[in-house]
Design a protein around this ligand. Structure first.
Ligand SMILES: [Fe+2]
Length: 186
């Protein structure tokens, strides 16, 4: 619980006042992470901490490359000395790899490897089921909303378009794992 509390306070201090919509979104991503706790076992707290902090790279204090996943991970690593596994989940969340390729930032992203695929799947599921103001949303609709918001000239549009099949596959894997765990428990 200590790690989650710490990450929650950090994210709140960076986002709540200056970026209230991102903060509302982050809180929903966090609550979605809690729903995956039975499937994650001892990594449940790590995921919850990553969930609340996953978008801190948008905060003014963290902006560096402009790729928010890398900027958030760098802030966690360099400014607050976070656990490397936490930094890695934040670095690789959702469409990060595709955005890094678009921006020529593959080397910067690789500083945070290796990835932990099960946790990257989980954070991606949490992010894509959480809308921009903290509402619960369908992942396919969420991706459509992102594409619409950025428009075809934007790097995020190109990255998300390319990433879409894999992102939906991540969501499907998380649902399958969660259902299998629930079936065992019942
Ligand atoms: Fe997010």
């Amino acid at each position: 619980m200590q790690l989650t509390k710490w990450a929650h306070a950090l994210a709140e201090s960076l986002l709540a006042d200056s970026l209230p919509r991102r903060w509302a979104h982050s809180q929903r991503v966090y609550s979605q992470a809690l729903t995956l706790a039975p499937a994650l076992g001892e990594d449940a707290e790590l995921l919850a901490a990553a969930a609340i902090a996953h978008d801190i790279g948008y905060a003014q204090a963290a902006v560096d490359t402009g790729q928010h996943m890398i900027d958030g991970a760098r802030y966690l690593r360099d400014v607050v000395g976070a656990d490397p596994r936490l930094c890695s989940i934040v670095a690789f969340h959702t469409s990060s790899s595709w955005e890094a390729s678009e921006l020529g930032l593959e080397d910067a992203l690789s500083e945070f490897g290796p990835t932990e695929p099960e946790l990257v799947d989980a954070i991606t599921y949490c992010d894509l089921t959480s809308g921009p103001v903290g509402d619960l949303v369908d992942p396919a609709e969420r991706l459509s909303e992102v594409l619409e918001r950025y428009g075809p000239e934007h790097v995020v549009f190109r990255a998300v378009s390319a990433a879409r099949p894999e992102l939906m596959a991540r969501v499907a894997r998380v649902r399958q794992r969660a259902e299998a765990v629930m079936a065992k428990l019942s």
